[in-house]
Structure formats: C-alpha cells, structure tokens
Design a protein around this ligand. Structure first.
Ligand code: ACO
Length: 326
C-alpha cells in the first residue's frame, strides 16, 4: 500500500447553469436525445473572466480550510488539466499567483480525463519517496472555452469545474491499495484539439476552421472508453484483493452514463454504489472525479476506512484506476 491520507477536499463550480433546454435553442438537439444518449441534464459554464486556475485556486482554498492548512503551507501543487490558462507556464503557476503564494513545486499533468488519477499517483509516489509532504492534487477544466458551440456532437457533453484533494503522508491505515495506469498514443487522433500547439500553430486559417476546439470521434471513443475503464477497474480490484462487495463507493470518470454503467457492470458493483454528478455538471474531464469525491464526502458518504474504486479514461488515449482506502 502507498500510505497517504486525504485530509481535505474542495471544489469550485461556476454559477452559470446551461441546461439541455438552453442548448435546444443553440443547436439542433433535444433534452430527450442528450439525456438518453449521455445522462447529462445540465452543466456549469465559466464566465469570460474565469480561467482554469481561478476555479482551482478556489477549490484549493476550500480544501485547505477543511484540512486546517494555509495554501502557503503546501509544498507541491499538481494541476491535472487539458484546458490550461496558457500553453506556458503551467496552470499550477497561475494558481500560485492567484493564491498569492510562492515556493512550492507547481506543475501540470496533461492526461485528459484520467488526469486526476495520474496526479494522485504522482503525489502518492512523491510522498512515499519523501519528496513531498503536503500536496494539493487538483483536476480543473474550463472545457466551455475549447468547445465548438456549433457542433452538436460535442458541445452538449462538456462542463466546467475544479476539484482538489489535499494529500499528506498516511499512518499505514489509509492510502492507495493498488493502482494502474496506461496510454495508447496510437489512438490520440480520436480526441484532440488540433491547433494551438507546434504541430499546427494558431493562424487565421485554424481559427476560421475551428481547429482550436475539441475534435472527437464519439463512437470510437465510446468503444475504447468502455474497455479501458472497466479493464483498469477490474485489474485494480484484483491486485488489491478487494471484492465488489467491499467497495463503499465506485467513482468513475463521468463522461457518459452509458460508459459509466458498462464499466460498473463489468466490476459487479451494484448501481447504488456508483456516485454520479454527471447529470448536473456534464463531462468536466479531469475535474469530474475530485468534484465527485468532494460531494460524496460532504454528504457524509465517505468515512475513515471506506474503500473507494476510482477509474478513468481520456484523451491520449489514457486510462487509470485506483483502489483507495480512506
Ligand atoms: N443531438 C441530437 N442528435 C445528435 C447529437 C445531438 N447533440 N449529436 C449527434 N447526434 C446525431 C448524429 O448526427 C447521428 O445522426 P445520424 O444517425 O442521422 O447520422 C445520431 O445522433 C447518432 O450519433 P452517434 O454519434 O452514433 O450517437 P451515439 O449514440 O454514439 O452518442 C456520443 C454520441 C454521446 C457522443 C457518444 O458517442 C459518446 O458519449 N462518446 C464518448 C464521448 C466521450 O466520452 N468523450 C469524452 C472523452 S474524455 C476526455 O478526455 C475529454
């Protein structure tokens, strides 16, 4: 076991709610189609002045308050995001600026929707190695600013938000019982943002062609997601020697209810144990799992000793899973 403890959680969601009915007025879609195909009913949308670091900074303040820490006491800030404030520096650096702190290590992890679990794994290893002692592990996204609002196949799926866990060394009772992660880069073209990097720098042409927005082969992503998320979760359970009955809560990455359901069925975990925020927040990419953890904990659903099964897939094509004892 990697002995770590989550001593605080926090989340930040923009106030503005965009419902499926609002979307009906923007593109050729319907509430019925979106609910049936995805399970999403509404999502939060950041205002024009809000970037990913703003949401992450608020979530860190809330998580630190719960942990009884000041943000200045953190020695490491890791932000998992696919929607950074800027190409460089890392969003974690802008988070420091927003919090008015300096000195801690601060870096981003780009692993799409698997990003929070990648960041948690990195944090756990830094702690076990003795490199870090007070780590803010964040997943934050402002997907609404990289979505093509004229493309009904993608714009109905995403939402904005951030979630944070404050991770410290454990006392041998709590931590990651097992985890796995991976990537198949050959599948990268299935879901990506073509322009704005060194492959296709931003130009008048790329903007005109909306190449700076999400491009996705939805059906292909769906197929690989089901396989990757379910497979990673099953491996994590088996390596931890934990049965489906021992799991208190199943928190998968929340992209589509049908993908989550398929993964849950493969693990044999009952439906009531799956914690869902997707209907209210949409796919917040790296933020869905930490926001869900924060909400579950706030509702009193997570107590010391409880076993959580976390699993995710995302652009890359990445996947990850962890069995975590609280
Ligand atoms: N409203 C109404 N009709 C729509 C919409 C919409 N919003 N979007 C697509 N359609 C239409 C299509 O045009 C198609 O019409 P046609 O049959 O006349 O050609 C029909 O609905 C069916 O389209 P499909 O793409 O086959 O629908 P599907 O059941 O596969 O659902 C969806 C589409 C929801 C996108 C699904 O494929 C999916 O969820 N894929 C995974 C996406 C995902 O999880 N992405 C996030 C990845 S994680 C990350 O790292 C960001």
């Amino acid at each position: 076991m990697k002995s770590i403890k989550i001593v605080g959680t926090g989340s930040a969601l923009p106030e503005k709610i965009l419902t499926n009915f609002d979307l009906e007025k923007m593109v050729d879609t319907s509430d019925a189609w979106i609910v049936e195909r995805t399970g999403i009913r509404q999502r939060r949308i950041a205002d024009e002045n809000t970037a990913t670091s703003d949401l992450v900074a608020i979530a860190i303040e809330r998580a630190c308050a719960q942990a009884g820490l000041k943000p200045a006491e953190l020695d490491t800030i890791i932000v998992a995001t696919s929607t950074p404030d800027t190409v460089y520096p890392a969003t974690a650096c802008w988070v420091q600026k927003r919090l008015g702190i300096a000195g801690s290590a601060a870096f981003d992890i780009s692993a799409g929707c698997s990003g929070f679990l990648f960041a948690l794994e990195v944090a756990a290893n830094l702690i076990v190695a003795g490199t870090a002692k007070k780590v803010a592990v964040a997943g934050g996204e402002v997907m609404s600013k990289v979505v093509n609002w004229k493309d009904r196949a993608t714009c109905v799926l995403f939402g904005d938000g951030a979630g944070v866990a404050i991770v410290v060394p454990g006392d041998g009772k709590s931590g990651i019982l097992s985890s796995n992660w991976g990537c198949d880069g050959n599948l990268a073209p299935l879901l990506y943002q073509p322009a704005g990097g060194t492959r296709l720098p931003t130009s008048e042409k790329t903007v005109k062609e909306m190449a700076h927005t999400v491009h996705m082969e939805g059906n292909q992503v769906f197929k690989h997601a089901v396989r990757a998320m379910g497979g990673a979760a099953l491996r994590a359970l088996s390596e931890a020697r934990i049965s489906a009955q021992d799991v208190k809560l199943f928190i998968p990455h929340q992209a589509n209810m049908r993908i989550m359901e398929a993964a849950r069925e493969r693990t044999g975990i009952p439906f009531e144990k799956m914690f869902v925020v997707l209907d209210r927040y949409g796919n917040m990419s790296a933020a869905t799992i930490p926001v869900a953890i924060d909400e579950a904990r706030s509702q009193g659903l997570i107590q010391d000793g409880d076993i959580l099964l976390l699993t995710a897939f995302g652009t890359g094509f990445t996947w990850a899973a962890a069995v975590f004892r609280w």
